[in-house]
Write a protein that binds this ligand. Structure first.
Ligand code: H2U
Ligand code: ZN
Length: 348
């Protein structure tokens, strides 16, 4: 990394979204008298009679969960998408200004464990492997439907990220049109392959492994890096060590390694400020639209909001809404902090 970048304002290019982020390392000492958050506390009960995700309990609408003993998936009772939603397209007066399209799809909730008090960070790796298998089943089950072209698997962790419940769970939204993030990542990866004859994220992972300064964790099949272009203070990506389009293409050993790296990075996050670390996390497999997408590389994004302590979060406001995203601590400094946390967590 150019030493000038460690001390001076600069912008970094995100080749995966073809956007820029402003980095202002000289700003990390500024005082904070603004909003503080209540740090998350771990759930204390193994079974919570008031939790709508615990086994046997009643959900909205009066359905009872089964006495599940492993993972459990159900259709979201408040789905944002419906499978039978009509397809239509409107463009008022043909001016391209008032454009709308019908959108169909399905939303599901996946409980990672019957235990209310667990999280990915303190689940056993073989139990996370069961979650990985459930994700893969969902990816294929939803993706193979004609009306589904993308399967977005994600987890909101912690009240700060809008998670409605501490019970370990994630969501799956599957829909007909490709979401904007996917359109943007797909376009960039296709263009990169056309221009360079190599996969963007495969080449990027190789560079990061060789440089080492932004690598947080790794195992035989996956590497966790703070992306060179990270926007959130402790943002990370999980990248495979070989070209891997989606979950279905993972070998048995890779699924175990994927489970292990998920456990390691979430446990690492919890050590950064010694608090349950909130985040939004999501899997980005290739679109499931009948095309091959040779340019696409499977990856995972972690977007945690915390900035300098358990109670001070980063806000995406002002210049970030009106100009471009901005960060203070450099990705290299964040990676060093995360490596220290990984050591504390016994993962390095
Ligand atoms: P989040 O914690 O990420 O919000 O996910 C929980 C989901 O569970 C949320 O999308 C659904 C909400 O719609 N839900 C049900 O499907 N049934 C319920 O009884 C409550 C919540
Ligand atoms: Zn529960």
């Amino acid at each position: 990394m150019n030493p000038l970048a460690a001390q001076n304002p600069h912008r970094r290019y995100n080749p995966l979204k073809r956007e820029w982020v402003l980095v202002s390392p000289q700003r990390t000492q500024r005082p904070w008298q603004g909003q503080t958050e209540t740090p998350g506390t771990p759930a204390a009960l193994q079974y919570d009679p008031t939790c709508y995700l615990c086994p046997g309990n009643e959900r909205a609408g009066g359905v009872h969960n089964p006495q599940y003993t492993s993972t459990f998936v159900f259709t979201n009772d408040f789905s944002a998408l419906k499978p039978d939603s009509p397809h239509f397209s409107t463009d008022e007066a043909g001016k391209g200004l008032l454009v709308a399209e019908g959108e169909s799809g399905m939303c599901r909730v996946l409980c990672f464990s019957p235990r209310h008090d667990l999280t990915l960070a303190n689940m056993a790796v073989p139990d996370i492997r069961v979650v990985v298998d459930a994700w893969q089943e969902q990816y294929e089950d939803l993706g193979k439907r004609d009306e589904i072209h993308y399967v977005q698997i994600f987890e909101n962790r912690g009240a700060m990220m809008g998670a409605s419940n501490p019970h370990p769970h994630g969501q799956i939204w599957a829909n007909h049109s490709l979401p904007d993030e996917i359109v943007s990542e797909l376009g960039a990866q296709q263009q990169y392959l056309a221009d360079h004859g190599t996969n963007l994220l495969v080449a990027y992972r190789e560079m990061e492994s060789a440089a080492g300064e932004r690598v947080v964790l790794s195992n035989a099949s996956f590497v966790v890096v703070v992306p060179f272009w990270a926007v959130w203070p402790f943002e990370t990506m999980i990248l495979p060590t070989r070209h891997l389009p989606d979950l279905a293409a993972m070998t048995d050993a890779e699924r175990n390694d994927f489970a292990a790296i998920l456990q390691a990075i979430t446990a690492t996050y919890n050590q950064v400020f010694d608090t349950p670390f909130p985040y939004s996390m999501g899997l980005h497999p290739r679109p499931f639209d009948g095309q091959d997408h040779p340019s696409w590389q499977f990856h995972v994004h972690f977007y945690p909001p915390l900035l300098r302590s358990a109670t001070v979060r980063k806000f995406m406001v002002g210049y970030e809404l009106l100009g471009s995203p901005q960060r203070d601590i450099t990705p290299e400094t964040a990676a060093e902090t995360l490596r220290q946390a990984a050591k504390k967590a016994g993962k390095l």
